[in-house]
Design a protein around this ligand. Structure first.
Ligand SMILES: *Cc1c(COP(=O)(O)O)cnc(C)c1O
Length: 459
């Protein structure tokens, strides 16, 4: 290793460490525990602490870039990001002007055809990727299918296991099951284990494992995996790694290139605020791209789609991961939403996110009436994403009662009340107010009313 590379690597390691140990220097409050360890409060937080934090919040200017109903406190940006004003304008423009007036000429005139690449290039810096390795398309599920098949093939026929964790987001596991059904267990078989057994399984079964597929931030608990450590451990065993960044992209800094990650997928409609059903993205490390063969060989992934060649030959770059026509309206909206990230960097986002989860955790811990809420997220902010999960026997009804009061959180079966903290549009005052309302709901037992106990289709 040359001294320049090693110098660069240690610089990058230092940067990662700085992010992990983010000091809440811009957000100081009693017991704010800059090392991220939650300690028991000696001084109670009150509304003036919240107002003070808002006053000195260096990224508070982002809040006015969103359109959120004034009577709503939105603690669900981790499931569906709210509407950025830029996205709304883009939606009008793409429909009325580009589609309405310029019709099919827009493929060239408004560069619709380049959207998967231009949007991919906007996402790349948020996930520590050099250009040319990220493409915007389809959903996470479909993208996982493409990557899993490519990775299994790339890693040769001697290995057949796809290792994941039991409590991964179900669709990730389902996609492996589907592939297993199609290819047979000789070529693809899903193996899951507990998160804390992963390292042992990787070492013990290393020679049989083809792909390690993990979600960086757990969707329920918010626990963060050590991406660098697990990627390196997998590589030592010849295992390729796919990271799902659904709860990371736009909320938790990741450095795919410097962690030497092989592949990743991520979501457009969560922290990237691209709107319902916004397209997802794929990352494939440059060193692999030329060799990869993805199975959904549609015309948009062809080297020359408009020569209408009767046989398939893939684009040699990241565009080989495209299949069919991009969903232009959704992608144009996501593209405009991503422009918000030009006003802020991921370290600033992370700093406010850590402060918010720590502040909220402390507000809940200091309320005697909320003692039945049991934290299911890590206690330590440095290994926790931008959310807090609490177990409660009446989590569903509490969530419904909160929603009725304009505080939108979500419920995750079987008993989790989940609060998401998108740093770009929330204020500390809103966090304080939402806990005050939660206290009233619990103390008055409002949540026991039948209307809050009926199940909806989407939770
Ligand atoms: C939200 C989420 C998905 C969503 O997958 P889609 O196919 O895009 O609907 C996948 N994985 C994880 C971990 C998620 O949190």
């Amino acid at each position: 290793m040359s001294s320049t590379t090693s110098h660069l690597q240690s610089e990058q390691a230092a940067k990662r460490q700085a992010i992990a140990d983010v000091q809440t220097s811009n957000y100081v409050f009693p017991n704010s525990a800059p090392n991220g360890e939650h300690t028991h409060a000696t001084e109670k937080l009150n509304k003036s602490h919240a107002l003070g934090l808002d006053k000195h919040d260096p990224i508070a200017h982002l809040i006015k870039q969103f359109e959120i109903p004034s009577n709503t406190i939105y603690l669900d940006g981790n499931s569906l990001g709210p509407l950025p004003i830029s996205a709304k304008k883009a939606a009008m423009d793409v429909v009325e002007k580009q589609w309405g007036e310029d019709l099919i000429t827009s493929w060239n005139k408004h560069a619709w055809i380049d959207l998967p690449t231009t949007v991919g290039d906007k996402i790349a810096p948020l996930i520590g990727a050099e250009k040319g390795q990220v493409i915007c398309c389809d959903s996470i599920s479909v993208n996982l299918f493409k990557l899993l098949a490519s990775a299994l093939q790339l890693n040769g026929s001697q290995r057949h296991i796809v290792l994941s964790q039991e409590d991964n987001f179900p669709t990730d596991l389902y996609m492996v099951e589907g592939l297993q059904q199609m290819l047979g267990t000789q070529q693809c078989s899903l193996l899951t284990c507990d998160a804390d057994e992963l390292e042992t399984v990787i070492v013990e079964k290393g020679s049989e494992i083809s792909v390690l597929m993990l979600t960086h931030v757990n969707f329920r608990s918010g626990k963060i995996h050590d991406m660098q450590k697990l990627t390196q451990l997998a590589h030592e065993q010849g295992v390729l790694v796919i990271w799902d960044l659904a709860h990371s992209a736009g909320a938790v800094p990741v450095d795919l290139d410097s962690c030497k990650v092989d592949f990743a997928v991520g979501c457009g409609y969560k922290y990237l605020n691209g709107g319902p059903g916004a397209p997802a993205f794929i990352y494939a490390a440059k060193r692999h791209i030329a060799k990869l063969k993805q199975p959904l060989t549609g015309w948009m992934g062809h080297a020359n789609p408009f020569t209408f060649d009767p046989s398939y030959s893939p684009d040699m770059g990241i565009k080989k991961f495209l299949s069919g026509t991009p969903s232009v309206i959704s992608m144009a909206v996501l593209s405009a939403a991503l422009d918000l990230f030009e006003r802020v960097n991921m370290t600033q986002i992370r700093e406010k996110s850590v402060a918010m989860t720590t502040f909220y955790q402390q507000l809940i811990a200091q309320a005697p009436s909320l003692s039945e809420l049991v934290l299911a997220s890590p206690n330590k902010a440095s290994i926790r994403g931008s959310q807090l999960a609490y177990k409660h026997p009446h989590a569903y009804a509490l969530c419904q009662a909160l929603i009725a009061q304009g505080i939108i959180a979500d419920f995750r079966a079987p008993d989790i009340l989940r609060f998401g903290f998108s740093p770009s549009f929330l204020s500390f005052e809103q966090l304080f107010d939402s806990v005050e309302k939660l206290k009233v709901i619990v103390e008055s037992e409002q949540y026991k009313e039948p209307e809050f106990n009926r199940k909806n289709a989407v939770t």
